[in-house]
Ligand binder design. Sequence first.
Ligand code: AMP
Length: 429
Amino acid sequence: MKVLVIGGGGREHALVWKLKESKGVEKIWCAPGNGGIAAEAECVAADSGDVAGFVALAEKLRPDLTVVGPELPLVNGLVDAFAERQWPIVGPTKLAAQLEGSKVFTKEFLERHNIPTAAMYGAYDSAGVAYGALCAVDWPVVIKADGLCAGKGVFVATNPDAATDFIERVMERNELGDGGKRVMMEEVLEGEELSFILLTDGERYAPLVVTRDHKRVFDNNEGPNTGGMGAYSSDELLPEALRRDIISTVVEPTMKGLAADGIRYQGFLYVGLMLTEDGPKVLEFNCRLGDPETQAIAARIEFDLAEVLGDVAAGKLQPEKLKWKAGASACVVLTSGGYPGKFRTGKEIHGLEEAAKIPDLKVLHAGTKREGQKILTSGGRVLGLTATGATLDVALEKAYQAAGRIRFDGMQYRKDIGRHGRQISAAGD
Ligand code: AMP
């Protein structure tokens, strides 16, 4: 099997890692890939939003299977273009990807099918109407740009001044681009978050192991939001009663709702949940795997990923094929100094080989590039140190041991990844 992976971050390196271990895989291309992926697959240049470019690339390479990492090509209709040509691909169509592409579309879907979520105050096409609506909300209020905003479109406003400022930046100054042309407002939910990701062929589905990620840049959840500073997965995160609850109140109604609306959803469906006192509620859907959640999930894969993804593309997923390593996994992200604000790139990374000697540890690359014999930083999130262990403590210890062996100018990372999970285990939950 020849496989094309689309994307070039840590998530795609994790996919390439597991696809390469799959029995039937003889060749992997990654478009565009990165400095670490280049050691395991052939990297080809690509522009993430360019559907025609990917079609031309696939025309040339003729992959047996294409796996899409990021949301942009999905929302732009890449899967529709491949489906027209009957080329096997894993991912939802443009319409199905609206579950990520439009918060209003998603909220209407959730309400129509009685799936628990935060109550919406309204959706607004003009800043004037949005300002007016602030008179009738409880504080704090959550304001969300409707479209794709690269993780910057959600704001929890504690008072009218902060809300007005966000609406002005998004709707009047267009700081988030077209994704901010419309906003919606909803109530704040309280609780712990959980990432519950499904793999589905449109009819059958299989849940992946659950994960929790850390979005804020500094320890103790301080500082601005990032793409993700780390993630972990452990059996303790999903007690059986909670699993049943999520399946019956969220997953089953979502699958049935998609079918009732005539939306065939194939690929990964990321369900972002808030575990509230009233039960799990949907915060968001993403139409693809998360980053760095994928790194923690991939580390626990004990099945042939290429075979399972091939089944999905062919519409014949066999959920029982997905087997997982018991225990836990953790991914600690190393970033460039200054991220998520301004940062410098082009710094040489030292210690990669020493880190790779740690057992059950994989150094997954995100923002890196190869230059001769050197690996240089090329983005904000640089590496994801990903380890497994019988317990979360063991997995974290290996990931942090690896962090201690790697050096580059300005390197920063959180020291408290998985802390919540460790508290749970300590409480015997
Ligand atoms: P979203 O892209 O909709 O998931 O929002 C990004 C993040 O904002 C979530 O992971 C939550 O941390 C937070 N968030 C979104 N909606 C709410 C809500 N209704 N209540 C509290 N936090 C929220």
